[in-house]
Design a protein around this ligand. Structure first.
Ligand code: B12
Length: 303
């Protein structure tokens, strides 16, 4: 059941867009902004209407985070719960790309870092999209469209994360052959770029033999692998072992993650670290760049 769209008071919209309440009221009265009226004739503005306004007018002072929940003066905002998730799910289900992008970008601008975007917004919202597909309330094309919209928004953020500094530690990453998933890899790239790493995101569906070639050529400090779908587990384990031997030989620390890497298949692999969340990747990268011993291949198990 999709949550009903939140309606906002003119005060809240004015604050979030950085404009005066009287301007908001005037725009409602002129019909420029769609709104409802309470019994007491107060103007109430649909959330997505505020988003549309922000996108179409690009308000420099906008802080759309304020639309999500009231912030009592002087208090540091706790991480908001459902509202951004409900809204992003709605926008993705309806294929409303520009608004979804504005929402993701404005949450990022207002303090949701890459770990929060990945672990607390995009993962749960895409789970809902997956449930919708499984339950038949969503068609495959909508799942593809949703992924495309989120991929575009994240690619933008990763590209804006600035040039790779020549002295920055290097990370490379990919999803293995037969695995078409891109979002977790893109989020991992954004997490590491935010932390000052230079990153070569080699994308999805990459044969591990080729990832090993890249490791030998670039000698990265860190290799991240996301595995969301395993076509043939035994073949993967075989190819992984020869990949890992070559990665270890050039001193790269390998961190694994992804929905398809359950404890059984992991018990057949050697790696420096494994994580269920991007928060684990961030912690591992922090230790590695601070040079703490856990980063070395022969010292596995920093979960
Ligand atoms: C989008 C999607 C697709 C898209 C992928 C598009 C693309 N280019 O990315 C497409 C359409 C290709 C697809 C295909 C399939 N899909 Co699909 N897909 C999904 C969906 C909706 C979202 C996955 C996603 O990207 N999530 C966003 C990312 C960010 O979240 P995440 O993967 O969970 O990653 C988090 C953590 O795992 C972790 N993490 C991930 N990687 C790493 C790496 C490191 C180093 C670390 C530390 C952490 C980490 O951090 C992330 C953030 O918290 C999921 C639903 C779901 N529940 O996730 C179904 C889902 C995964 N798919 C499913 C299935 C069954 C399939 C198909 C087999 C369907 C079919 N019959 O063809 C195929 C298989 C692939 C293929 N061969 O084509 C099932 C899997 C069930 C199962 N357990 O096996 C799911 C769960 C849907 C469902 N509810 O049933 N899918």
């Amino acid at each position: 059941m999709i949550a009903a769209e939140p309606y906002l008071k003119t005060q809240r919209v004015a604050e979030a867009l950085g404009i005066s309440v009287s301007t908001v009221k005037r725009w409602v009265d002129s019909g420029m902004i769609r709104a409802a009226r309470t019994a007491g004739k107060h103007r109430l503005i649909p959330y997505s209407e505020a988003l549309r306004l922000a996108r179409e007018h690009g308000f420099p002072e906008a802080n759309l985070e304020l639309l999500v929940r009231p912030v009592a003066p002087g208090t540091t905002p706790a991480r908001p719960e459902r509202e951004p998730l409900d809204l992003l799910e709605r926008l993705l289900r309806e294929g409303r790309g520009p608004e979804a992008r504005t929402l993701i970008h404005s949450l990022y601008r207002s303090g949701w870092n890459a770990v929060a975007l990945g672990d607390d917004l995009i993962r749960p919202v895409m789970q809902r999209i997956g449930h919708g597909w499984m339950a038949g309330s969503l068609d495959v094309y909508q799942e593809h469209e949703a992924t495309g919209i989120v991929t575009g928004a994240l690619r933008d953020l990763a590209d804006r994360a600035g040039e790779d500094r020549p002295d920055a530690p290097l990370a490379i990453g990919a999803n293995p052959e037969g695995d078409p998933y891109v979002l977790a890899g893109l989020l991992a790239e954004l997490v590491l770029r935010e932390m000052g790493w230079s990153v070569r995101n080699l994308g999805c569906n990459l044969p591990l033999q080729s990832l090993a070639q890249a490791a030998v050529r670039y000698r990265p400090r860190l290799i991240y692998m996301s595995v969301a779908h395993l076509k043939d587990e035994d073949q993967f384990v075989r190819e992984y072992q020869s990949f890992f031997a070559r990665a270890a030989a050039v001193g790269s620390a390998v961190i694994l993650g992804g929905q398809a890497l359950g404890p059984e298949v992991r018990s057949r692999l050697v790696y420096a670290s494994h994580g269920e969340r991007l928060a684990h990747l961030a912690e591992f990268a922090r230790r590695l760049s601070s040079g703490s011993p856990e980063g070395t291949p022969e010292n596995p198990g920093v979960a």
